[in-house]
Design a protein around this ligand. Structure first.
Ligand SMILES: Nc1ncnc2c1ncn2[C@@H]1O[C@H](COP(=O)(O)OP(=O)(O)OP(=O)(O)O)[C@@H](O)[C@H]1O
Length: 738
């Protein structure tokens, strides 16, 4: 199904005059519904342009009429497991916030409060109709994208970090790492939370709108329906985009101009995405702004409704034409109507101890709808039997790439029996947890449990860790700001509960962020490598906490993804020796410090020792293992450092001059450049925002042809703004950052 695009023309405001109205709704034929917007040609007023939409709403349309016609029909689909996205788009002051949020009076309430009211009503009805067998829970998350940074609106502004919350791609969806989610019992509960959260949103008065939204606001309403141990989850997203602004008309001051530039840029990227999708381009520039990454137009499944808000006045003429152009093309975007999978609740799992040794990696690409995905042994559940849908034992589809426009069968997994609880950690799982009642099912009816850990769970663990680090950083920043004054209770608690060694230094954080960025980009190309990188990241974090056992555990896991990686083997060896030494139980080849390694591994470790100071000259896959390079190895200083640097430079220029083979590091650098991903390129050494932006602009100008990719460092050096030193620094940085 295509994105449904509807236009809404707002009424005249005070001081606006009838004579200035130039935009009107029309029908293709008399007696048919309004589906056309008409507007004069600015160059020749006697000519009129027509733009067709799925529906057009006139100035007199009430909030209730719009909701009943456009949103209410999709509530049923939401409860059937489809995600629903509604977003308001348009120039500043055209009525987006009015449409989405509306006023406080009952009749003025916008799409969002009406949506929630309907969700609660339907939830209650389902409970009643099933005699309480099915329960419906509603949870909210709400955030804004301000100056291309993501901030949680459910958290007080004091808790914001300057860089905002990071984004990550997870199973084909973009998620905000560390975002809070609040359960909302009923409409009152929601209203209280929503009003409070809206106070945290950045709005300001501009010449064009007294209460202009300076950010894009995204509300996610997660609906969870539970019947016995069967869980169905779906999400309604209501997005109030900030409006584009013509700054020749705004008379914006410096701050407003900065905001306006960010707003206009993200909306420009959105229009580029829409154009690229409607042209059928292979490359869609989603990643050039956070808003487009989150909106994922045409990538997300379910139902998408775009509400184009229009002001009828002449003063908006050119802006209105521009937004009519963009949104009329959005109609061509296809969205796969795929419902979310039903899953069965599972007890929490552990990734340590017994379970960890049995760890198995899913052999699949990232799973679609991962928030519903649990790995486990499939079995036929009575409830599933009753359903018409065929049972799928394992989640086997991804929303990447072309897919048939049909709903896949529901995936069914079975909960673990309660007698496994002794081997399970008490750590709460992010996944649905069983009730006493579901745990109490007879063991005979259940398949033997398989202790495994899925990519989704590893992802969840990484996210949790990153969220912890970010929280910790926020607390440290807050404490620093408080300077000599005594820290507030909450800050003191947070800081004091974190052990000193787990306080991440800036340098380490920088490395972690670089690694995260790397994980993010790699996940699009190479899931196995990403999983390995995640293990390394977790190892690194464990090490930072002083948890050598944990670090060793994750390094060992990483070895499965980077087999034979010499530096990694070296780290494992050192850690094993350290731990064995600490416990006095050293075994195996203790004289060499090699514990329980096979012959190849030992040989590799010897190689590590031998070449410890020549790492920069090595070509080996998976230099990611270099991430852990600090405490165990003495830093190389003075003359040695100089000679390393010279060697690296020599290596770079051997490649540039075409004398040597292309190294993995060169390929990695070229991959980053050719990704045209601003965030990734900015992460390269020696690349500031401007240089990165200029490069991306230049590459985009060259088009999407294969011939326009940068094939060598020599080519890279020749690009505008590059040069030898820049290329050399970026090349070197790939090792020193990781
Ligand atoms: N359908 C409508 N009925 C009555 N008033 C409306 C309607 N649509 C918009 N308005 C009024 O128009 C003004 C601008 O609307 P609003 O703030 O919703 O615009 P916006 O598109 O969200 O602007 P921005 O992008 O700057 O945030 C407000 O005073 C709002 O009350």
């Amino acid at each position: 199904m295509s994105v449904r695009v509807v236009a809404r023309i707002r009424p005249l405001l005070e001081k606006e005059l009838d004579k200035d109205v130039i935009v009107r709704a029309d029908a293709v034929e008399e007696g048919r519904p309004m589906t056309v917007v008409k507007i004069p040609n600015p160059k020749n007023e006697s000519e009129e342009f027509s733009f067709a939409f799925n529906s057009v709403y006139e100035q007199t349309t009430t909030q209730e009429e719009l909701f009943t016609a456009e949103v209410a029909p999709h509530i049923k689909a939401l409860f059937q497991g489809l995600d629903v996205t509604i977003f308001a788009y348009g120039v500043t002051g055209t009525g987006k916030t009015h449409t989405m949020r509306g006023g406080l009076r009952l009749a003025e309430r916008g799409v969002i409060p009406r949506l929630l009211s309907n969700v609660y009503r339907r939830g209650k009805k389902i409970g009643k109709d099933t005699n309480g067998e099915t329960t419906v829970n509603v949870a909210l998350s709400y955030y804004e994208i301000y100056n291309d940074k993501v901030f949680d609106l459910l958290e007080p502004p004091e808790k914001r970090t300057p860089s905002g919350l990071p984004l990550r791609e997870k199973d084909g969806k973009t998620i905000v790492v560390g975002l809070s989610e609040r359960s909302c019992e009923d409409l009152k509960d929601f209203e209280r939370l929503y009003i409070e959260a809206n106070n945290n949103r950045v709005t300001a008065s501009t010449k064009l709108n007294a209460h202009s939204s300076r950010s894009h606001a995204i509300l996610r309403v997660k609906v969870t329906q539970t019947t016995g141990d069967m869980v169905r989850e779906s999400t309604a997203s209501a997005i109030d985009l900030a409006g584009s602004e013509d700054n020749r008309r705004t008379e914006n001051g410096k701050q407003r101009l900065i905001e306006s530039a960010a707003i206009n840029k993200s909306l420009f990227v959105l229009s580029q995405c829409i154009d690229a999708i409607s042209r059928g381009d292979r490359r869609i520039p989603y990643r050039e702004s956070k808003m487009t990454r989150i909106l994922s137009l045409g990538q997300n499944n379910g139902i998408t409704i775009m509400i184009l808000n229009l002001a009828p006045m002449r003063s908006y003429h050119l802006d209105t034409l521009s937004s009519l152009n963009v949104s009329s093309r959005a109609k061509r975007i296809e969205v796969r109507e795929i419902e979310n999978e039903v899953v069965f609740k599972q007890p929490p799992r552990t990734n340590s101890g017994t379970a960890a040794t049995a760890m198995k990696r899913q052999p699949l690409r990232p799973l679609a709808n991962a928030h519903n995905v649990l790995s486990g042994t499939a079995a036929v559940d009575p409830a599933a039997k009753a359903s018409d849908k065929p049972i799928k034992a394992f989640s086997v589809y991804t929303d990447k790439g072309a897919k048939p426009n049909i709903a896949p069968p529901s995936r069914v997994t079975i909960k673990r029996p309660s007698d496994q609880s002794d081997v399970l950690s008490s750590r709460p799982s992010k996944l649905a947890r069983p009730t006493q009642q579901t745990l109490g099912r007879p063991a005979a009816a259940q398949p033997s449990p398989q202790l495994s850990i899925s990519a989704a769970q590893i992802e969840a663990m990484v996210e949790k860790k990153v969220a912890e680090i970010l929280e910790n950083r926020a607390a440290v920043a807050a404490a620093a700001e408080a300077e000599a004054a005594p820290a507030p209770q909450s800050v003191t608690v947070q800081v004091s509960t974190a052990p000193l060694q787990s306080q991440i230094t800036d340098e380490v954080q920088r490395r972690l962020e670089a690694l995260e960025r790397r994980i993010e980009s790699d996940s699009r190309n190479d899931d196995a490598r990403s999983d390995g990188l995640r293990c390394l990241l977790q190892a690194r974090q464990a090490k930072e906490r002083g948890d050598d056992e944990g670090a060793l555990h994750f390094y060992e896991q990483a070895l499965a993804y980077f087999p034979g990686q010499v530096k990694l083997l070296g780290k494992i060896e050192r850690l094993r020796a350290k731990l064995a030494g600490a416990s006095g139980k050293i075994g195996g080849d203790s004289s060499s410090g090699m514990v329980a390694m096979d012959v190849d591994q030992k040989a590799a470790v010897r190689k590590v020792r031998h070449t410890a100071r020549e790492d920069d000259d090595e070509y080996h896959e998976g230099t990611e293992a270099d991430v852990e390079d600090d405490a165990d190895q003495k830093p190389v200083r003075g003359k040695d450092a100089m000679s390393q640097k010279t060697k690296t430079a020599k290596k770079v220029w051997t490649e540039v001059d075409g004398d040597g083979p292309t190294s993995p590091r060169t390929r990695q650098l070229l991959n980053i450049i050719n990704s045209r991903d601003l965030a990734l390129i900015k992460g390269l050494h020696g690349f500031g925002s401007k240089k990165a932006q200029d490069l991306v602009d230049h590459l985009n100008l060259r088009g999407d042809e294969e011939s326009s990719t940068v094939a060598s460092l020599a080519q890279l050096r020749m690009l505008p703004g590059m040069g030898s030193r820049t290329v050399e620094r970026a090349y070197e940085g790939l090792v020193s950052v990781l």
